[in-house]
Ligand binder design. Sequence first.
Ligand SMILES: Nc1ncnc2c1ncn2[C@@H]1O[C@H](COP(=O)(O)OP(=O)(O)OP(=O)(O)O)[C@@H](O)[C@H]1O
Ligand SMILES: [Mg+2]
Length: 304
Amino acid sequence: MTASPPPGPAMAWALDTAGLPAETAARPMPGGHGGQVWLLQGPDPATAVVLKLAAPASAGGDERLIRREAVILEALAPLAMPVPEVLATDASGSQAGTPALLMKRAPGELLSGQDAVREAIPAMAEVLILCQRRTHNLVAGRRWTPWQPASGFRVPSWSTREALWNRAIRVVQGFQAPRCDAFIHRDPHPANMLFENGAVSAVLDWPHAGRGPAGFDGARMAMNLCCLLGMDAATAFRGAFETALGHCQDPLLEVYAACEFLPDPQLEATAGALGIELSRNQARGRLENFLADAMRRMTSRRLS
Ligand SMILES: Nc1ncnc2c1ncn2[C@@H]1O[C@H](COP(=O)(O)OP(=O)(O)OP(=O)(O)O)[C@@H](O)[C@H]1O
Ligand SMILES: [Mg+2]
């Protein structure tokens, strides 16, 4: 989470663009990691807006993500999905001093605590299926590839389950990569969703979206839930997702999701925003359980 206020020029651009008074307060929003996000709220809460800036390149950020997210949100706007409405973008940063995205405040709140996240599993499955269906023909954003090329997947240095990782790496390197036959969010996790009355009121954080394998969002979500809560949460999510989808997913998607992902400070930030205690070792162990489970289902499918 960003602790400091937005830089002066970005704040001035946002207030001017949204027509908010100078005394508007900027509150850092929890749940972010790569970006920097503030709620700008004046005396009237109904006019609150959200300002998102890219973390500067000097801090390991990628300033192109603001433009990408703006383009995706504009493309999603006509599709009747629970996504934030864009008010303005300064993709080059010529006015805001840094690339900036100004959105309406979406309704709802982040989940808080393990029980709340568990209870929301059916709603999260439902909204990801809704997104997959509504965006099926959408061509926008970047084409999916794993975060690192599959040829570069390696056994994590901390792992004691070398044989498991080596089998998984052989699988992703040996099978053809999944086809990019859908539009995917690419980074679904519970801190990228807001909830109201038990339903998902907004799916946030779209800079990495684009054409990708149908169901990859389900695989990533299952993996994130496994790391945050444990294998039972991943299994419950997969059950709800596949029931809504009407068929079983290829476990290869989960093997990809696990191999491209290593628990890191971002996952800890996500856990923190959701009020979940999570140690790095816990997340690592759960990731390996998730991978082992996906590999078991992979094996039984291939042999049957
Ligand atoms: N339009 C919005 N309305 C209400 N809250 C929002 C909105 N956009 C973002 N937020 C809040 O800000 C948090 C961080 O936003 P977001 O997920 O977009 O950024 P991020 O994770 O830092 O971004 P990225 O992964 O692109 O670097 C969210 O978890 C949510 O609490
Ligand atoms: Mg986020």
